[in-house]
Ligand binder design. Structure first.
Ligand code: GUN
Ligand code: ZN
Length: 441
C-alpha cells in the first residue's frame, strides 16, 4: 500500500538541478532549516518552508521530525552484492585479490538459497546506510540475479542489476560460453527489465574475462534492448591495463575494447577509470558515458587516485560507488570522507556540496535516473534518508560548533557513519528504522 498525503516536518537538503561545473553546485543547493515535505502515493508533491504552508495542513497529518536532516536517498553507482561476505580481504591488489578471494566466494551463488539469504542481507545493509538505489553486480549465475531482483521488488527499491558475463581467464566453475551468456542474459532481461522499479544492466565483468565472441553477444543484446544499462570495470590497476593491451592488441587501448563493441553510451557506467589516457577521457565525454568513483576500494586495493577534477574539465558524469567488497564500507558518508582524502592527495578540494551532490542527484544523473530520483522536485519518487546529525559525544561537540550547513555536512562526511542513519524511506514508505534495528514496513 502506498502512502497517501503524508507531510513530514524537518530540515531538508538537496540539489534542485544538474550542475555542469562544480561552481554551479552551490547555486542549485537547497537547504530548508524548517521545511515540510509533502508526499502522495509514493511521490513528492512539494517541498516548502514550514511557514508558508503550515496553516493549510491538518496537524494530524504531520509527522514531526524536527531535529533531523532529510536528504534524497544515497545512490551507489557501483557495488557487488556477492562480495558482501568477503569485505576486508587482506593483502592483495586487483588481479590476485580476484583469484584468491573473489572467485571462490562468488561460486557460492550457484545456490539459490544462499543467493536469497545474501540478497536480503545486502539490501538491508544498503538501507541501514541510507542508500536507496544502486547499480549492482551479481555473479555469473542467473539465479543470483533472480534472488536479488525478487528481494528488491519486495522492498519496492529502485535498483539496476545484472548477471556477470564472462567466458575466459576465470575458474571453470564461473565461466560460460558466449551463447549461454547471451541466452541467460536475454531471459533475465525479459523477466526483470523495467518491471516496477527494477532495471537490467548488461554486465561483462571486465575486458580480461571477455573474449571477442562474448563482447559480440553483449553488443547484440544492447542492440536488441537499447534501453538496458551497461556496467563494467575500466582502467583500475596498471597490471590489469597491461593485460588488456596484451589480450586485445588490435584495439587502441582499454576503453577501445568496449567502444569497438558499441558498449559506450548514455547508460554505460564504467567503474574506477583511474589511469585513463587522453583519448579515453575524450571518448567517455563524446559517448556521454559515466564513471563510478570508488574511493574506499581504490585505496584498499592500492589501485590509485581518481582524478575528479579532470572529470569536470572533461564533462564526464561521475557518481560515487562503494564497490563492496573491494570497497570497505556500505556507508556513503564514510565513502565521501574518503573521496575528500583522494582529492587532497591531488590538491583538489572536494567540498561538502560537491560530495553530497555526487552521492544524490549527481549519482542519479550518472545512472540516467535523474528523471525519477535524486532530489525533492515534484513528481520524484520519494526515496530519502533521515539523518541524525549528531549521535556521539564527539559529533555533538563538533556539529555543535559548526557555523553553517556546509560545515555541518562536511563534519557529517568526516565523522559520520551508519549510526547517523535514523530512517530510510523508499517510494514513500519507511523501510528502515535504526532504533527498531530492522525494517519497519
Ligand atoms: N575488476 C573485475 N572484477 C572486479 C571486481 O570484482 N572488483 C573490482 N574492484 N574490480 C574488478
Ligand atoms: Zn567493482
Amino acid at each position: 500500500p502506498l502512502t497517501k498525503d503524508t507531510a513530514i516536518r524537518a530540515s531538508f537538503f538537496d540539489f534542485a538541478a544538474i550542475a555542469e561545473q562544480p561552481e554551479a553546485i552551490l547555486e542549485h543547493a537547497r537547504y530548508l532549516e524548517d521545511g515540510v515535505l509533502l508526499l502522495r502515493e509514493g511521490r513528492v508533491v512539494g517541498l516548502h518552508e514550514w511557514q508558508s504552508v503550515s496553516e493549510q495542513l491538518n496537524p494530524h497529518d504531520i509527522i514531526d521530525m524536527r531535529g533531523k536532516l532529510i536528504m534524497p536517498g544515497f545512490v551507489d553507482t557501483h557495488i557487488h552484492y556477492p562480495q558482501t561476505e568477503m569485505i576486508g580481504a587482506f593483502g592483495e591488489q586487483l588481479l590476485e585479490w580476484l583469484n584468491q578471494y573473489t572467485f571462490p566466494v562468488e561460486a557460492q551463488y550457484h545456490c539459490p538459497d544462499h543467493a536469497a539469504q545474501m540478497s536480503a542481507f545486502f539490501l538491508h545493509q544498503l538501507l541501514a546506510n541510507g542508500t536507496t538505489s544502486a547499480l549492482i553486480f551479481g555473479t555469473v549465475h542467473p539465479q543470483s540475479v533472480d534472488a536479488l531482483f525478487s528481494a528488491a521488488e519486495a522492498l519496492d527499491m529502485r535498483i539496476i542489476a545484472g548477471k556477470v558475463m564472462m567466458d575466459r581467464n576465470a575458474p571453470d566453475y564461473l565461466t560460460e560460453t558466449p551463447e549461454e551468456s547471451y541466452q541467460q542474459t536475454r531471459a533475465l532481461i525479459t523477466r526483470w527489465h523495467e518491471r516496477g522499479r527494477l532495471s537490467y544492466a548488461l554486465t561483462p565483468r571486465f575486458a580480461p574475462t571477455s573474449s571477442p565472441a562474448l563482447l559480440e553477444k553483449v553488443q547484440q543484446l544492447r542492440e536488441e534492448f537499447p534501453d538496458t544499462w551497461l556496467h563494467t570495470h575500466l582502467s583500475e590497476n596498471p597490471q590489469e591495463i597491461a593485460w588488456v593491451k596484451a589480450l586485445f592488441p588490435e584495439r587502441a587501448g582499454y576503453l577501445d575494447v568496449y567502444h569497438h563493441y558499441k558498449l559506450t553510451g548514455r547508460r554505460s557506467v564504467f567503474a574506477h577509470c583511474i589511469h585513463l589516457e587522453e583519448r579515453e577521457w575524450q571518448c567517455l565525454h563524446d559517448t556521454d558515458s559515466s564513471i563510478a568513483f570508488c574511493p574506499t576500494s581504490n585505496l584498499f586495493l592500492g589501485s590509485g587516485l581518481f582524478n575528479i577534477k579532470r572529470s569536470w574539465q572533461q564533462g564526464v558524469k561521475v557518481g560515487i560507488g562503494t564497490d563492496v567488497g573491494a570497497g570497505t564500507t556500505f556507508n556513503m558518508l564514510q565513502t565521501l570522507g574518503e573521496a575528500y582524502k583522494v582529492g587532497q592527495l591531488q590538491q583538489y578540494k572536494i567540498s561538502a556540496a560537491e560530495a553530497f551532490y555526487h552521492a544524490t542527484l549527481g549519482g542519479a544523473h550518472a545512472l540516467d535516473l535523474d528523471h525519477a530520483i535524486g532530489n525533492f522536485n515534484p513528481g520524484k519518487e520519494a526515496d530519502f534518508v533521515v539523518l541524525d546529525p549528531a549521535v556521539s559525544a564527539l559529533q555533538t561537540l563538533r556539529i555543535g560548533n559548526s557555523k553553517d550547513i556546509w560545515e555541518k555536512l562536511f563534519v557529517l562526511m568526516t565523522l559520520g557513519d551508519d549510526r547517523n542513519i535514523a530512517q530510510t524511506w523508499v517510494n514513500g514508505r519507511p523501510v528502515w528504522h535504526r532504533d527498531a534495528g530492522e525494517k519497519a514496513a
